[in-house]
Design a protein around this ligand. Structure first.
Ligand SMILES: Nc1ncnc2c1ncn2[C@@H]1O[C@H](COP(=O)(O)OP(=O)(O)OP(=O)(O)O)[C@@H](O)[C@H]1O
Length: 240
């Protein structure tokens, strides 16, 4: 059984149809990427999977559960790091992890996570004083505090410098090595190529390609890069 199964999702905001037909399945242990132009519907898709938004039509199962109707059961098994997941600036890193841990019956050990993510020395630092890269590490650690089986990571390296991006990639690989299935939204083709086992390209609310990075590259010709293939597949983008 796939860990995430999305079938024929549709969603409109008023007259604006954002998801026309989105279907894909994610297998256990995969890092599955979602890429697509601004406004293509990526966040709407992953927030629907997280049970935060309700699609107009289609079905979603995560670990066999309906993310909307069985949200409470799923909450402890799904970790979400979303674009808007900022913490109050004054909250200390250690406090944030302990607070989030208190929401779960069987959380990960906050001290262990801080050590794993190289945040030991920042336990008492206020979140607002952290660099972008460290903030990102905190938000990934928070997504994992409930010991989830599935983690959703949305644009986690946007705005990071190359060192911090590579450090974040190392962490995502580490998450997968723990056996967590990862759904990753990204705008960076190098990131998708480096991390993802398979990628869904979404354009204008539809999945226009779904394959391994090599399979998607091949769609644009023998010497094409993933970015070449992406640009070819998404030339009629949504908000550009
Ligand atoms: N709550 C909302 N009400 C109205 N329109 C919305 C709402 N949320 C998103 N939209 C619109 O739906 C479209 C798809 O948004 P979504 O955030 O899913 O795209 P995205 O692919 O994640 O884009 P980006 O790469 O810019 O984050 C956009 O045009 C956006 O403006």
């Amino acid at each position: 059984m796939p860990v995430i199964d999305v079938s024929q999702l549709r969603k409109a905001y008023g007259a604006r149809r954002v998801l026309e037909d989105v279907s894909f399945s994610v297998e256990r242990g995969e890092i599955f990427g979602i890429v697509g132009p601004n406004g293509a519907g990526k966040t709407t898709t992953v927030e629907s999977i997280a049970g935060i938004r309700t699609p107009d039509a289609g079905t979603i199962r995560v670990l066999g559960l309906d993310p909307r109707r069985e949200r409470d059961t799923l909450r402890t098994r799904l970790g979400v790091q979303l674009q808007s997941g900022d913490l109050p600036d004054k909250m200390r890193v250690g406090e944030a992890l302990s607070l989030y841990a208190s929401f779960y019956r069987d959380p990960a050990d906050p001290a262990g996570l801080l050590a794993d993510f190289g945040l030991d020395g920042h336990r008492k630092t206020a979140y607002g004083k952290l660099s972008g890269g460290l903030k990102q590490r905190v938000s990934i650690a928070l997504a994992l505090i409930g010991n989830p089986e599935v983690a959703i990571l949305d644009e986690l390296t946007t705005g990071l410098d190359p060192h911090a991006r590579r450090e974040t990639w190392r962490m995502v690989s580490q998450i997968r090595d723990r056996g967590v299935t990862v759904l990753l939204v990204t705008h960076y083709m190098d990131e998708a190529e480096r991390l993802c086992d398979r990628i869904a390209v979404i354009n204008n609310g539809r999945v226009v390609a779904l394959d391994t990075p090599a399979g998607i590259r091949a769609l644009a010709g023998p010497d094409a890069s993933l970015e070449d293939a992406y640009v070819t597949l998404t030339t009629t983008g949504s908000d550009r």
